[in-house]
Design a protein around this ligand. Structure first.
Ligand code: SF4
Length: 489
């Protein structure tokens, strides 16, 4: 038993479904995008695609549809199923569409920033949906404002729209290329006009972005799980620096820049993406299982049960259990129906420890030495709460194993992260963190172990992952250090 057992503090109440109420200390997904070209039910496909991508953002949802005679959109706050019904989806006719689910920090959650953002451009209507972050957006914005531009939102996406509108090129594809050449960051863009759908991925391929097919129609999505949801099939991943244009003549493959060093976000494999998605043909669940197996070889501990923090750590926990022969058990259960609530518990209920989001299974952990697998430690507050949950349920020892290296640096490519001084691993030694989270032992997966675990399933055609939040090695120049987080905000 560790020397400083901290008892449950009673703070673990009323957490929003997306977990960014401030009480649940996890990283937050950026956004999800979905696009369709050449299908009569484009808006319905978007609706189901957004459902599948809902884990990437729960603050707002929107769909914009187009054909040569129509251009219409609907956006609202909340989950896709709350925003869309037959009344709001019905008018969205047209055979091409782009759609978006958005994550935002609570204070900036407003409809004006919901995407797709829709603009009047000199050549007609234009809608943009983004996943990611433009690191130099603030700098471009200040310059444009000096030249008289007026911004209606606080979204980076509007910066791209201004750059497109101000381009010297009349042709929309040339104007988009011109705009993309001026921005720095990690981004996946879908741009819709009445007759074209344009898709573009940043020069390092930081954000996941895949192309699918459904009959003769083309699909685009942040993750392949969205293709499964609509009966589509995976075609290929977008390439770094690529720009694809779909119009009545079909697919045109182009680039807006020569690709830089490929650097897919490693955290997508560790935590963000859904286990049934593949990124660059590597299945997420399988990669996480390999991380758990590798963690077991790097930091074995004798114990009675292995459990994973739901949902994202379960695959790694299964891998750890398989490798060690220690049985995997459901020691922690997540309440899936928490939703948003504004009711604060009374002091009496607080003292009784009303826990809305996560519970330990007493019959599983009581009297047992438990290995608790989690995917990351951010500030450390969540880990402390979960370790204490297990102890309160009777675990005699709690050994924490993390299926990623210590998270020490902020992300500038679309993941909402705290500043460096709030990251426990940036400020404290391993032993200090162990004590702070009240664990009997603590180990993180090595960077090499992580990369080998991800890459094992790769076809070998490509390699290169962003691991900047672990090793401070950013694949792009960081232009604006104040610009942390998501382009949607
Ligand atoms: S810094 Fe971390 S979270 Fe951000 S893109 Fe790189 S690996 Fe992903």
């Amino acid at each position: 038993m560790s020397d400083a057992v901290k008892l449950w503090t009673g703070e673990f109440y009323n957490e929003g479904v997306s977990g960014h109420s401030g009480l649940f200390d996890k990283l937050n997904e950026e956004c999800g995008v979905f696009g369709v070209f050449g299908h009569p039910d484009a808006s319905s496909l978007c609706y189901y695609g957004l459902h599948a991508l809902q884990h990437r953002g729960q603050e707002s949802a929107g769909i914009c549809t187009a054909d040569p005679d129509h251009f219409q959109y609907y956006r609202g706050m909340g989950l896709a199923k709350e925003v869309f019904n037959s009344e709001t989806l019905g008018p969205l006719t047209g055979s091409s569409a782009i759609a978006h689910v958005r994550y935002s920090t609570a204070g900036e959650s407003k409809l004006a920033n919901a995407q797709p953002l829709v603009f009047k451009y000199r050549e007609g209507d234009l809608a943009i949906a983004t996943n990611g972050n433009l690191d130099n957006a603030n700098i471009i914005k200040r310059n444009l404002e000096k030249q008289g531009s007026i911004f209606q939102t606080t979204s980076d996406t509007e910066v791209l729209a201004h750059l497109i509108a101000r381009s010297k090129h009349d042709d929309i594809v040339d104007a988009v290329k011109d705009a993309l050449q001026q921005v720095v960051g990690g981004f996946a863009f879908l741009i819709l006009t009445r007759d074209k759908l344009i898709a573009a991925l940043d020069p390092n391929g930081l954000r996941p972005f895949v192309i699918g097919r459904l009959g003769s129609a083309y699909l685009f999505a942040s993750e392949t799980c969205a293709f499964d949801a609509v009966g589509g099939t995976y075609y290929r991943d977008m390439k770094p620096g690529e720009l694809l244009v779909l119009d009545r003549d079909g697919l045109h493959e182009d680039r807006f820049t020569e690709g830089g060093q490929r650097a897919i976000c490693a955290m997508e494999y560790i935590y963000f993406a859904r286990p049934d998605s593949d990124i660059d043909t590597i299945n997420i669940h399988s990669a996480r299982k390999r991380m758990g197996k590798r963690l077991a070889t790097e930091a074995f501990v004798d114990a009675d049960v292995v459990t994973g923090v739901p949902d994202s750590s379960i695959s790694a926990a299964i891998g750890f259990a398989e490798q060690t022969g220690i049985p995997y058990e459901l020691g922690l259960i997540k309440n899936r129906y928490t939703g948003r609530t504004f009711i604060q518990p009374s002091q009496e209920l607080r003292e009784q420890g009303v826990k809305m989001k996560l519970s330990a299974v007493r019959k599983v952990v009581e009297g047992k030495r438990v290995v608790m697998i989690d995917d990351s430690i951010v500030r450390g507050t969540t880990s402390l709460r979960i370790v204490n949950l297990l102890r309160e349920a009777g675990a005699t020892e709690v050994h924490v194993r993390i299926s990623s290296p210590p998270f020490m640096n902020p992300c500038y490519y679309g993941i909402d992260t705290p500043s460096r001084k709030e990251l426990i691993a940036a400020m404290h030694s391993l032993e200090e963190i162990r004590k702070a989270i009240n664990a009997d032992s603590l180990h993180f997966l090595s960077r090499e172990g992580l990369l080998e675990s991800i890459g094992e399933g790769s076809t070998g055609k490509q390699s290169g992952y962003c691991t900047a939040c672990f090793d401070n090695s950013y694949p792009t120049e960081i232009v604006d250090v104040t610009k942390i987080g998501c382009a949607c905000d």
